[in-house]
Design a protein around this ligand. Sequence first.
Ligand code: SAH
Length: 370
Amino acid sequence: MVDDSKINLLDLDKVRLEGFFSDLNEKAFRARQVLTWIHQRFVTDFGVMTDLSKSLRDQLAEIATITLPVIEHGYLSADGTYKWLLRLFDGNCIETVFIPEEGRGTLCVSSQVGCVLNCSFCATGKQGFSRNLQVSEIIGQVWLANNALGRDPKGERIITNVVMMGMGEPLANFNHVVAAMNLMLDDFAYGLSWRRVTLSTAGMVPAMDRLRAECPVNLAVSLHAPTDDLRDELVPLNKKYPLRALLAACRRYVSGDKRRAVTFEYVMLEGINDSLQHAQLLARLLQDLPAKVNLIPFNPFPNTIYRCSSIDTINQFRERLLQKGVMTVTRKTRGDDIAAACGQLAGRVQDRTHRALRYQSLANSQTLSA
Ligand code: SAH
């Protein structure tokens, strides 16, 4: 249980921690000291923070905590991908995935318990939605994974990149996600460059502009279709923010900075969005944008109506985009044997939308009538 009478310092980025210490009539540099203890030395006991005075340590123990999610389970994939199931104070569970690659290690972080968006091809959406994660629950994933994985023999952190691509729509939990990313970027915490922190959105247009203004990390957009008709079907949020508005927001996001490009994610669904004509339309859509396309082989989950496109189809689709001058890579499927791949994260969601139930009964009736 969390002690509500105490403030969890893991919920505070540097600016807020400075505010906290100034309220205690302490100097701003206390914030930097405490950030270092928490996020670089992984200390959760105020008693150990020896560069703080004894009286301040006692006062912190009285009024504050450093409380993390609890590791309920860890799963190791045959390909080295590792997934943590984390239990939150209210019994909900979320998932965090570590993906080791040559020369880098990427942590895929969740932002919500479940998701409200209900994209038709995503397992997280089918779980329904419970709530937004607290800052402590978002940065807590980074803390736990870094603490578990540590550093390589050269002293470099094993986790070199963070992608906000786990459960949930990060821009729907804007303030908490930005505070957590501030900590990822803070030299007194995780010290990652903005290029190594990527936020993926299904296209919440106004929040994309806010992100550019407040915390301009790398942007990925889940596109999945080159026309509004098809995208309305796959990503229902498209009805609110259609392609024209979405691409205009992408242009604003990269404008004025030549180092920036938007990554567009495109899940390959057999017979749905994977024809050469779709590739052609996609290339046209992206022609005047610094863009990279990431083709994601569809990862199946129970009761889905979709299938993944064949390798040949994916290759031809990629070739066509490359011919048209669009930088395109196919994302390697990782961790699918432990249900850790894109779109497979489900955690344990106390669904308040009852969507999981409706989806289950729909799937049952389809099986019955098939
Ligand atoms: N809500 C955000 C963050 C989730 S990121 C977003 O939509 O971008 C997870 C990525 O995996 C998204 O690009 C999502 O569209 C993709 N994805 C979802 N379900 C998938 C599936 N079953 N197979 C492959 N990719 C999937």
